[in-house]
Design a protein around this ligand. Sequence first.
Ligand SMILES: Nc1ncnc2c1ncn2[C@@H]1O[C@H](COP(=O)(O)OP(=O)(O)O)[C@@H](O)[C@H]1O
Ligand SMILES: [Mg+2]
Length: 285
Amino acid sequence: MELSIIYDKLRFEEKELYDKATNRGITTHLMDAKPISFSTDINQNNTINGDIFLQRCLSHYRGLYITYCLEFLKHRVINNYDVNEICGNKLKTSLILAKSEIPSPKTYFTFSAESFKELTNKLGFPLVLKPLVGSWGRGVFPIRNEEMVNIIMEMREENDSAFSRIYYVQEMINRPPRDIRCIVAGDQIITAVYRYSAINEWRTNVARGGHTGLAPITKDLEDIVIKASNTVGGGILGVDVMEDEDKGFVVHEINSNVEFRGASQVSQVDIANSMIEYVLTVFKK
Ligand SMILES: Nc1ncnc2c1ncn2[C@@H]1O[C@H](COP(=O)(O)OP(=O)(O)O)[C@@H](O)[C@H]1O
Ligand SMILES: [Mg+2]
């Protein structure tokens, strides 16, 4: 088996995956996405080597469309295009989770500043606003009053992008100052860690200074996480869960390009090695 890891920025994760695959004797390439090109001249698109590809681009759209081209050429990519497309878009993820009756925060979508304001008047506060596409907690804001609504409306109106006219508004979950990042491969949770938010920060992302601690993988957690992961199509995923005081576990996000630097500092499991094991089982299928 020849494995190609496609990246655009070499992070801890891609280096780990490369090392663990190489240690197992797998011929592995680290493939920079930036020089890759495809064309409609289908027969000329044979310069890409690998029997199986791990899509690890930081840029969502770059990874998504390279995956599309690779799959078009009948290559196998983990995670596949459909999974990337769903997980990379918070609106799609929320709708699909709800359809499968997986507990998740109540979420609303509006398509103009006026209807956003109307919605917040109707729902009351606190609420959470998120961009449709994004990671590391960027643009995820708690909205605690009308003044904040007006500020956001004004900022988004000034920023005339297609995405700024779509409002993803969510109930604020009454949770402890942490969430649970579950790293999944296929039907198994490789590891689960709590992510505690930094001082003066409400978001728990490690990219926002959050720190990690080991979390127990209970039966309840496993059930909801594996169901959520399968609902979006499965693969190597980061399923993020909050602990709602009343509702229990709720899934708020599924990452198709999961980071595990924080988790690997506390987990007893070799995360990258477990991911490579999963890639091997997919390859053998
Ligand atoms: N509805 C919510 N209630 C409470 N906290 C939330 C809610 N949504 C997100 N958060 C906090 O904000 C963080 C970032 O939100 P998330 O949806 O995971 O976006 P990103 O893709 O940028 O990580 C979460 O990890 C969590 O700590
Ligand atoms: Mg997140």
